[in-house]
Structure formats: C-alpha cells, structure tokens
Design a protein around this ligand. Structure first.
Ligand code: FDA
Length: 392
C-alpha cells in the first residue's frame, strides 16, 4: 500500500536523525522519521553512564578522524556546542562540566531524548518505530521506502542509521549497504573508542586487571594523556579508548607510565636514597601491583646505589615508551563508535547531500567522521543533522 508523500524521510531516530527531522520539520517540511528499534534514541539513553555527555565545549575539527579532515569544519561551525547548550538550557535541563570540557546532564539522558522528541513534535514530525525497513527503491528522483507493510515515497531520503557499534542495541551496517547501493564509497569501518586486547608477551599484564594509572598513550602521531586501566583482556580507560581510534593492527601502542617525571628522576632518586630499590621507587608514583610488574620486567634487582646511571637511564626510557603490541580490540560489541563509514568524498560538506544522488543525504556516525571520547560524537550528530535539516 502506498501512502501520501513526505518532503523527507529520515531513516534512524538516533541523535543525528532526531535533530535532522526536528530542524526540517520546524522549517515546514513534512518529515517521516523511521526506526527499526522499538523506541528512539537508545544510544543517547545509555550514553555517559545514563547522563549523556551531550557535547564538548572544546569542539574543534582537529578532534575528529576522517579521511578528509576538512569535511566536518563547515557543519561544526554552523551548529556549535553553544547552540546545543542553548537548546538544553531552554528546556531547563541542568548540566555540569565533568572534565576536559565534557558536558553531562545532572539528571538523566532521558531528558535529552525527551527534548529532541519535543523538538520533533514542534516540527510535526511523524515518528514511527518498531518495524524493519524493508526496501529502498529509487526511480525518477523519488525514493520509495518499505516500512513494515507500508511503502512511503519522498524526494529526499536521509541515512541516519549510525554505525555498527553495539549491535545488541540495534546498531547495524545498514547505512553502508544502502550507501553502496547508491554508488557511494565506504571507508573501511573499524571499531573505535574500544578496549584493546593483549596476548603474547604482554599477557602477563592481564593479571593487573582493575589497576588504573594516569599515562600518556601513543599510536603513530596521536598521543593522549589520561588514565589507562588494565583489564582481564588487556587495556582500557580513557587514554586507551582514545588511542584505539588511531591504532592499526600490527602497530605498537606505547605508554609513558610516568608522564610527569622529570628526566633523570631515577638517578636523582639513587643519589637521595641509594638503598632504595627500583620496585620501591616505582611504588612511590605508581599503584603497587603495577610497580611490581614493571620492576620485574625491568629486571634490575638490588639497591639503586649499586646500579649505574646508564642502566637507570635505560629503565627510565623504557618506562616512558613501554611498547604494548595489542593483538586486537574488543570489537564492535564493545566499541563506543565506528571509525570510517560513508566516504565524505561523495557528500557535500554544506548539506550532507550525496553529490551524485540528488535528494540522498547521510548524517551522524554513518559518515566517515569520528570524534574523540568526551561528547564530540554527539556534537557531530547534532551538527551534521542540523546541516541536512537546514537543506531539506
Ligand atoms: P545512533 O546510533 O544514535 O542512531 C541510529 C539509529 O538508527 C538507531 O536508533 C537505530 O535503531 C537505527 N537503525 C539502525 N539500523 C537501522 C535499520 N536497519 N533500520 C532502521 N533503523 C535503524 N557519544 C558522545 O558524544 N557522548 C557520550 O557520552 C557517548 N556515550 C556513548 C556510550 C555508549 C555505550 C555508546 C555505544 C556510544 C556512546 N557515544 C557517545 C557515541 C554516540 O552514541 C554516537 O556517536 C551517536 O549516537 C551517533 O548518532 P547517530 O544518530 O549517527 O546514530
């Protein structure tokens, strides 16, 4: 059965789809918003431990990973953290900065979903959930979308179905399949903001499960100074999640366990306390179990006074560039986002419309733009959703 037309159909009622639909609806467009899940905004609800880290006040384009680092600039400039904060404030949603510019609700992520649904209602958006999107056909500049047993037609279709991270929550690679069908390229998707797994020689570090310490983690040219956490599978914590987005299979992740230590600190310690051991010297600055494991690995037993400055400098250098060789990640099941996605080469950075398919748009995580941990991914969802919503 074919039903009346819409000006736009948005596939996916997540962060980007809700924003896009609300903006287009409030501009007078007749918008249909479809989702296969039984309720909208599920990832928003679980985000930030249930408090939704909805933006980051330090948002800049260099905090996003994409094959084209310039692509996100236009949308991010036209819908900023201040714009989203103004919306949140207008709804009286109390919030606070937790750390590093990350804004969270004081109350619950439910408030953000309720706000977006209210914005959609203001725009008269027709939201339908809980049916599979069956089939998308395209002919004569019009899209026909099968949803349950109905077929809806429109000249404008927005892909907002996100990435494959956390399939348990209804995440799929649907966006990529659809994009490919329309001739758009997809940059190889990889799990990102994801714990790394350790094997081989590094496997012993798994015994430190539960130990956390501030570090500087590096992979290639990227470096993050935050906490690392040892897990029963390998490495996690904010510094590791951040670096995982840059890490490639086969590469090392190097950890500086004492990023604040002054050069020569071990030789200085030897002069001040020659009878102390390396294990004890490390124990002053690091959690006990970690100090023990590192000292064992460095294999410099006895008192510091008996060791040469050269040996101590070598130990210091290793502690500053401890190389782990992850054998993988915990995969899409545990990844907060996806690096890669619909190639920006085929999209307009102004409107998010496909250059080769007039009327087809892609927004949010489905696109090859991935933010750092800390509210950057929602800011991209709002900004890209807004850009398309303005263009529809
Ligand atoms: P999103 O995934 O939100 O929405 C896609 C929608 O499409 C979903 O509703 C889904 O059901 C629907 N869909 C999928 N396939 C479909 C199909 N075949 N047919 C119909 N519908 C389909 N970011 C951040 O900035 N701050 C934070 O605090 C967090 N915290 C966080 C915690 C956890 C556990 C996760 C997994 C992720 C985060 N993130 C985050 C990342 C953030 O959630 C993510 O970047 C955005 O939700 C992306 O928004 P989108 O709208 O693009 O996709």
């Amino acid at each position: 059965m074919t039903t009346p037309d819409y000006d736009a159909i948005v596939l996916g009622a997540g962060a980007a789809g809700l924003m896009c639909a609300a903006i287009a609806g409030q501009r007078g467009r007749r918008v249909l918003l479809l989702d296969h899940a039984d309720a909208p905004g599920k990832k928003i609800l679980i985000s930030g431990g249930g408090r939704c880290n909805f933006t980051n006040v330090h948002t800049t384009p260099d905090r996003y990973i994409s094959a084209n680092p310039h692509f996100a600039k236009s949308a991010l400039a036209r819908y900023t953290p201040a714009d989203f904060i103004a919306l949140v404030d207008a709804y009286g949603i109390a919030h606070h900065e937790k750390t590093l510019g990350q804004l969270f609700c004081d109350g619950s992520a439910k408030q953000v979903v309720a706000m977006l649904l209210d914005e959609c209602a203001k725009g008269g958006v027709d939201l339908r959930c809980g049916q599979p999107v069956q089939e998308v056909a395209h002919a004569d500049g019009r899209f026909a979308v099968g949803f349950g047993d109905q077929i809806f037609a429109t000249p404008n279709l927005v892909i907002a179905t996100g990435g494959p991270s956390i399939p348990k929550m209804g995440a799929t690679g649907f966006a990529y399949d659809l994009a490919r069908r329309f001739g758009l390229k997809v940059v190889e998707p990889r799990p990102a903001l994801v714990p790394l797994t350790l094997g081989g020689d590094d496997v012993l570090f798994r015994d430190l499960s539960g130990v956390a310490t501030p570090v500087e983690a590096r992979a290639g040219k990227a470096a993050f100074r935050e906490a690392a956490l040892f897990t029963h599978k390998g490495l996690s914590g904010p510094a590791i999640l951040q670096i995982s987005s840059y890490w490639r299979h086969g590469e090392a992740v190097t950890i500086d366990f004492l990023p604040d230590a002054a050069p020569g600190w071990l030789a200085d310690t030897k002069r001040m306390r020659p009878r102390t051991t390396l294990r004890a010297a490390l124990g002053v600055q690091l959690p006990d179990r970690l100090a023990e494991t590192l000292a064992d690995r460095l294999a410099l037993p006895g008192e510091l006074g008996a060791l040469t400055d050269r040996k101590l400098a070598e130990a210091e250098a290793r502690l500053a560039r401890w190389a782990f060789h992850p054998n993988g990640t915990e995969g899409f099941a545990k990844a907060e986002v996806t690096v890669g996605g619909i190639s920006t080469a085929g999209l307009s950075s102004q409107t998010m419309m496909a250059k080769s398919v007039p009327g087809l748009y892609a927004v949010g995580e489905a696109v090859d733009v991935t933010g750092w941990l800390g509210g950057y991914n929602f800011q991209w969802a709002w900004a890209s959703g807004y850009a398309a919503g303005q263009a529809l």
